[in-house]
Write a protein that binds this ligand. Structure first.
Ligand code: FMN
Length: 201
């Protein structure tokens, strides 16, 4: 009887571990010491792009650094962007073919929200968007400052992607209602903008 109990316990533990592993993806540490093009050159060459090469994926290191640029934790334990009253309540979601993920900056990991491919909800009005391999969605519950926080984050991503030879565009032409539902947001939370990222076609 005791043995059966321990067997059930072991199976439950293993099953739970596998599920957790599938629902959490650890990100590599961002290389915050890397040298890059000067800030002035990045500002001088930043621009929006509307043609992406669907055959070129973004590697995990680059994904980690994009998210860190957007809203990561920096050397002071603060964020890479300023937030009103230091509320830090911007959320950055990653949409991929394999589902919807929430960036947990403190744990440096992605946490799965759903298996749904929500990319089509971003591409209804501009189909080129589907070609980008990576999609960020910014959300907030701060109706006063949420958009400012997203603006800081997406500008950081513009600068990082410009430095890395990647392309991006910040977008509002998306299906807000469908995304709100797919991202399982609370009633007081709202979708702000979408930022596809990829290599130029
Ligand atoms: C709040 C906001 C929403 C935008 N929405 C869209 C959009 O839905 N689709 C799009 O193609 N570009 C969108 N853009 C990008 C602008 O069209 C672009 O920034 C502008 O044409 C200037 O081009 P540049 O970014 O290359 O300087 C948006 C930009 C901002 C700031």
């Amino acid at each position: 009887m005791k043995n059966i109990f321990y067997l059930i316990l072991a199976i439950a533990f293993l099953t739970c571990g596998t599920t957790m592993a599938a629902n959490v993806q650890k990100l590599p540490q961002p290389d915050v010491e890397q040298s890059t093009v000067s800030l002035m050159k990045l500002l001088n060459t930043r621009q929006s792009a509307r043609a992406y090469d669907s055959s070129k994926q973004i590697d995990k290191q680059t994904l980690s650094e994009i998210l860190w640029a957007a809203f990561g934790v920096n050397q002071y334990g603060k964020r890479t962007i300023a937030t009103a009253r230091n509320e830090q309540n911007l959320k950055v979601f990653v949409l991929r073919q394999d589902g919807i993920w929430l960036y947990n900056a403190k744990e440096n990991q992605l946490e799965k929200i759903s298996d749904e491919n929500a990319i089509p909800y971003t591409a209804e009005k501009q189909p080129f968007v589907s070609d980008a391999p990576l999609h960020l969605i910014y959300t907030s519950s701060d109706s006063h400052w949420g958009h400012d926080h997203a603006g800081s984050a997406y500008q950081n991503v513009y600068l990082y992607t410009t430095a890395k030879g990647l392309s991006t565009v910040i977008r509002g032409l998306i299906n807000f209602d469908a995304l709100h539902k797919a991202l399982k947001l609370n009633d007081d939370e709202f979708v702000i903008a979408h930022q596809p990222i990829g290599y130029a076609k």
